[in-house]
Design a binder for this molecule. Structure first.
Ligand SMILES: C[S@@+](CC[C@H](N)C(=O)[O-])C[C@H]1O[C@@H](n2cnc3c(N)ncnc32)[C@H](O)[C@@H]1O
Ligand SMILES: Nc1nc2[nH]cc(C(=O)O)c2c(=O)[nH]1
Ligand code: SF4
Ligand SMILES: [Mg+2]
Length: 222
């Protein structure tokens, strides 16, 4: 199976419960959800004319809509040839759950890597049981997609992007129908706005949720 890859890089996980952990990021191409404030809009479209060779994707100096096709085995070989030391692989996008991620995660697990999926929960999550799943629920986005109950149920971590009181209302509504017993709940301020951050802090205190602040953006790293 081939995956459409926008970029692969090694950095520090900047969000959620693995914040601070060195990680290899695999960013897959394609997302139909259309969040107005999305920070990776260059991954939305899959333009066949923008398919390029792997070396071009690895040489990217800035975000582009170019992508390359890779199998799980080719990704493993790449991780080794790049000399990556991280053992945590974050599969994100775009919307990674548009793809069947089982072959990729199984290959990575067999080679000793741990996997984490960053997903909006708008597609069925096809991953092995060992994968850590972070669902960032999307409600009322312009693409007409919405988070699935099955995705919320599978989530190990729910990381909700917030900027307004209504986002908290939406999260409370989603949690109403979800057994949160073993799940970590995070609020993530949208685009580092001061108002959004203050709101997130206030509601984290009120409901005993955790704060996720996109550490990489404060550090100016990928
Ligand atoms: C770019 S998305 C890709 C994965 C998947 N499509 C999703 O939405 O979870 C990765 C994470 O970044 C978050 N995100 C995107 N744009 C953001 C922004 N401007 N501010 C804060 N978080 C943002 C998403 O909610 C998600 O948790
Ligand atoms: N450092 C870093 N941490 C991240 N955590 C989730 C990210 C994402 O785009 O999914 C991300 C990202 O783009 N960079
Ligand atoms: S679902 Fe994720 S990638 Fe898609 S538009 Fe929303 S934040 Fe961006
Ligand atoms: Mg990001």
């Amino acid at each position: 199976m081939l995956y459409k890859v926008n970029e692969i890089f090694e950095t520090i996980q900047g969000e959620g419960s693995f914040t601070g952990v060195p990680a290899i990021f695999v960013r897959l191409q394609g997302c139909p959800v259309g969040c107005a404030w999305c920070d990776t809009k260059h991954t939305w479209l899959v333009n066949p004319e923008l398919e390029v060779k792997l070396d071009k994707v690895m040489a990217k100096a800035a975000d582009t809509e170019q992508w390359t096709s890779l199998s799980a085995e080719q990704m493993l070989t790449l991780f080794e040839s790049e000399g990556y030391q991280a053992r945590h692989v974050v599969i994100t996008g775009g919307e990674p759950c548009m793809y069947d991620l089982k072959p990729l995660c199984n290959t990575l697990h067999n080679a000793g890597y741990q996997t984490q999926i960053e997903t909006s929960g708008t597609f069925e999550i096809l991953v092995p049981p060992e994968s850590w799943v972070t669902v960032s629920p999307k409600v009322n986005m312009k693409g007409g997609y919405k988070v699935l109950q099955s995705a919320l149920d599978r989530a190990d971590e729910i990381k909700h992007p917030v900027a307004m009181d209504k986002h908290i209302e939406q999260l409370l509504q989603l949690l109403n129908d979800t057994d949160t017993g073993n799940k970590l709940i995070y609020l993530q301020p949208i685009s580092q706005q001061a108002k959004a951050t203050a709101l997130a802090i206030a509601y984290c205190k009120k409901y005993n949720w955790r704060l996720s602040v996109q550490v990489h953006k404060y550090l100016g790293i990928e």
